[in-house]
Design a protein around this ligand. Sequence first.
Ligand SMILES: [Mg+2]
Length: 356
Amino acid sequence: MIPQLVVRGLTSRLTCRNVAVRKNEFKWYHANAQQEPPLSKVAHPLTPQPWLYPMNLDDSSDMSRILHDYDTFLFDCDGVLWGIDHFTKFGNVKQCIEGLRKNGKKVLFVTNNSMHSRSVYIVKFKEMCNFEAEAEDVFSVNYATALYLKSIAKIKGKIYVIGSKGLSDELDSLGLKSFGYGMDPDTISDYRDDLLRQRLDPDVEAVVVGFDIHIGYNKIYKAASYLSNPDCIYIATNDLETRVQLGPNRIQPLTGVLTHAVNVASNRHPVVIGKPYHHLMSCMMTTYPEININRTVMIGDSLKTDIGFAANIGVDSILVLSGSTTKADLEKNHECRDYEMPTYILSSIEKLGEVL
Ligand SMILES: [Mg+2]
């Protein structure tokens, strides 16, 4: 049985400075929904309401409630397990992860980075944080995309890929037939006859877009052409990550730029697997259908992706201030309500590691 998560969320806000009202309806459907009634989100009576300012766990002597209230811990990686520069190490990460496991908790890793496969993360966990992880506990967006195509979309034919080696490797690991990684083999031209001579594979059933340093005109042309068939499925690993500042006057374009280019060329909108969309949770449920959504918490550093993801799948969240979001950002968001607010805030998971 492959469980599928369908989130029917309606969020409406009546905002008057610090007042916001949310209406959310979440329903879980399983493949045999007739036999299993949908689960509804039941908030712990002591859980702070998300429109209030989140409880600061640094100041709380009741950190143990985290262990009491949750069985499954979803960890973002960049900015949580290590710095957003990918090199800064944080203290007590090993104690945090292993301490949770010793307390019988399920620890899963969810990252939107579409450059790497799971094997890269397993090595990085060991090198940066000195803890071990199994491949099935790492839900990188590349692996989740492959899992979605195989187990939920049930693709049997070929997949045209705009993406990294990490994405191509994950598709291969699940036995999916894909092509497109690397430099496009055809001559670059804007002449009609040259473009018409480029061969399109008639067995393509899906187009997938992820991070790709080999992006070029031919790839966008081919993706848009495949997607002119309405039966061709369109998947993107991410769409919100569009740019990052590498240094003074240096902007690196990210996956969202590629996704938007294909969107415009094809006049299609993809199923986006990465956070904050709920499909990543559907993919996790294919591997771990026993996860109790009412006892799951998401730990991340981004209001837009991590805390948004938690809100979309109906779980509580802990925003760590060790990554892309500062305390000032959080307070500004509390006023402006650009994004959902977390349930809790924590300076870093080092604090959690201290009590485990
Ligand atoms: Mg992050």
